[in-house]
Design a protein around this ligand. Structure first.
Ligand code: NAD
Ligand code: 6OD
Length: 487
């Protein structure tokens, strides 16, 4: 079982107990679930030096097949402790247990397996060419590890997003210092236990717990001896980290915020579209970077669609995450709840109509001390309203009618973010046409969230820099070196 009493850092193969601690809060009732050891600058430095030393050791000369086998052992280790990981995710985040079982933990496992399979089968590039003097030259490309990669992850899909970066980093032979969100330290600690048991050499995977600004996150991203930073989190934090990365010209990969749009055309399969929008707006209480917070519905369908959305939204069951019938748990924290509620207030000030929700549920028990908010549907705001432009990251969407395809494309693209979009339509060529016109990193047609792990993932504008996924991850987590040979 996950040790809730005290979660420690893991550096150079050792479990480290620190004097400085912070509390892990259960968002269901606001109670302290455990203490977490916070890494100071000296411990972060130890982790970075351990990673650098490990890179120079036997890890640096493991064959691809050996690294692939190790990744499979890590995946096996997560599988063996499947229910511990589920419990850890549920405790830290309050997400419904069914979600942890069907999405978070399986994807954590799949991240290791897919990169193990990818490196086992990847071929290297080779070109045969003629030199200026007519001689023959072969050119091939070596992939080398970047070195020490700092992995900074958020709280919304803790294991999924941490492993999504750690797996390809290790696959390409790097060493890692990972700092999970201070809100979700448990599954990362379990992952370190799994790494230890799987025989990951000392220093190859290090885990430092702590906060971001002026704490472990900043100590890590400003450390002169890291070689690259891969970060998932808020766009504002990305800006700060990018400034740090400029010093020393570190490689960065950023997956940041979004204000994603969904469009429902009048020709959509009605039931599938309503179910899809419910899912894309309210999964994980809207705390998925890919959630739709703007929903555009073609005018002839608008009234019927919104009425059905309202009916289903009002029926969503909020409650204890371990109850199998629960649709939505609490938000991650009271701080985040205050932020989401401040947007509900702002929506009132901006003149929104509340189709559903807009407040907090009243349970009459300990959950009233938790971080719950009502799922909320807003309408009637102009596209210029802050609630329609800014990422809220809660269970909330704004619905709005539209008249023409050109109009809706322009409105969907009118955002500083460019992460994801959804199209609901049975008109084949329209779906392809609109998909090609949207400037987001991913577009779903008649589905949401499903993504083959080999496809590129990332966003444009404020939503990030670069792409990860399949070979795109291999590109980020390695340094390419071309060799030209006269033969
Ligand atoms: P956040 O930016 O507050 O924190 C993310 C991580 O960065 C945490 O580990 C935090 O401790 C650390 N951090 C914060 N300030 C730092 C600093 N100055 N230096 C170094 N590290 C620092 O984000 P969050 O609130 O944990 O996550 C929610 C955000 O993440 C949302 O904006 C969401 O859209 C975004 N997100 C994006 C994606 C994506 O793939 N594009 C995926 C998930 C979440
Ligand atoms: O699909 C993924 O792997 C991925 N990175 C999802 C991100 C979800 C954001 O909250």
């Amino acid at each position: 079982m996950v040790k809730k009493s005290l979660l420690r850092c893991f550096v150079d193969g050792q479990w480290i107990t620190t004097k400085q601690r912070f509390s892990n809060i259960n968002p269901v009732n606001g109670e302290i679930a455990g203490q977490v050891c916070e890494a100071d600058a000296a411990l972060v430095d130890r982790a970075v030096q351990a990673a650098r030393a490990a890179q120079r050791g036997p890890w640096g000369s493991l064959s691809t097949a050996e690294r692939a086998a190790l990744l499979h052992r890590i995946a096996d280790g997560i599988e063996q402790r499947f229910e511990d990981f589920v419990a850890a995710e549920v405790l830290d985040t309050g997400r419904p247990v069914q979600q942890a079982r069907t999405l978070d933990v399986p994807r954590g496992i799949a991240n290791f397996r897919s990169f193990a399979n990818l490196i086992a089968t990847a071929s290297s590039e080779m070109y045969d060419s003629t030199a200026a003097d007519g001689g023959r030259v072969i050119n091939y490309v070596n992939r080398k590890p970047l070195g020490t990669v700092a992995v900074i992850s958020p709280w919304n899909l803790p294991l999924l997003l941490l492993t999504w970066k750690v797996a390809p980093a290790l696959a390409m032979g790097n060493c890692v210092v990972a700092k999970p969100s201070e809100e979700t330290p448990s599954s990362a600690t379990l992952l370190a236990e799994v790494m230890q048991k799987a025989g990951v050499p000392h220093g190859v995977f290090n885990l430092v717990h702590g906060h971001g600004p002026a704490a472990a996150g900043e100590f890590l991203t400003t450390h002169p001896d890291i070689d690259a930073i891969t970060f998932t989190g808020e766009s504002r934090t990305g800006t700060t980290i990018m400034k740090a990365a400029a010093e020393g010209v570190k490689d960065v990969s950023f997956e940041l915020g979004g204000k994603n749009a969904a469009v429902v055309f009048a020709d959509a399969d009605f039931d599938a579209a309503v179910a899809g929008v419910m899912q894309s707006s309210f999964t994980n209480a809207g705390q998925v970077c890919l959630c739709s917070e703007r929903v555009y519905i073609e005018r002839p369908l608008y009234a019927r669609f919104v009425a059905e959305l309202q009916r289903r939204c009002d029926k969503l069951v909020l409650g204890y995450p371990k109850d199998p019938d629960v649709d939505m748990g609490p938000l991650i924290s009271h701080e985040h709840r205050d932020k989401v509620l401040s947007y509900y207030e702002l929506a009132r000030d901006e003149g929104a109509t509340f189709i559903s929700g807009g407040g907090v549920p009243d349970f009459g028990d300990e959950r009233d001390r938790g971080a719950y908010v009502q799922p909320t549907i807003l309408a009637g705001l102009p596209d210029t309203a802050r609630c329609v432009r800014e990422e809220i990251f809660g269970p909330v969407c704004h619905v709005s009618p539209f008249d023409t395809e050109q109009e809706v494309i322009a409105r969907m693209n009118d955002s500083p973010y460019g992460l994801a979009a959804c199209i609901w339509s049975t008109h084949l060529s329209r779906a392809h046409r609109v998909a090609a016109s949207l400037n987001t990193g991913i577009v779903w047609v008649n589905t949401w969230f499903t993504r083959d792990l080999r496809t590129p993932f990332g966003g444009s504008g404020l939503s990030g820099i670069g792409r990860e996924g399949g070979r795109y991850s291999l590109d980020f987590y390695s340094e390419l070196s071309t060799v030209c040979v006269r033969i």
